[in-house]
Design a binder for this molecule. Sequence first.
Ligand SMILES: [Zn+2]
Length: 49
Amino acid sequence: MDEAERALPPEDGGDPACWLRRVCPACGRLADEDPPTRCPACGAELPDD
Ligand SMILES: [Zn+2]
């Protein structure tokens, strides 16, 4: 397991899609909140769809 995988939140029985939606398409970082929001690292928009 590499650093990026360890940074992801642990699975707790919830729908994985709830956090997959937070992954920035531009840099791959996980946003701090659900979309719609912006990536905290690069500022890319994470659309709510
Ligand atoms: Zn980003």
